[in-house]
Ligand binder design. Structure first.
Ligand SMILES: [Zn+2]
Length: 72
């Protein structure tokens, strides 16, 4: 099963965030691994983007039970 690893930088650096494109202190690196643990890609993110992504991924693991019906 593919995995996502959230890792904190020992020394945060000021660079362009891979997600929001702002030049910020990047605090976390996210590694995307395939089924065999090989690195597929990575993102270096500011803390705001990393927190948001972590929250979205946690929410994404839950089963969606609510259905929305849009009628006109
Ligand atoms: Zn960002």
């Amino acid at each position: 099963m593919p995995q996502i690893q959230f890792m904190a930088f020992l020394d945060p650096r000021k660079k362009k965030c891979c997600c929001c494109d702002r030049t910020m202190m990047l605090t976390r690196k996210i590694n995307f691994l395939d089924e065999e643990g090989r690195l597929v890609g990575d993102l270096e993110l500011c803390s705001g983007c990393a927190d948001t992504l972590a929250e979205v991924l946690n929410v994404g693991k839950e089963v969606v039970e609510k259905e929305w019906v849009f009628e006109q």
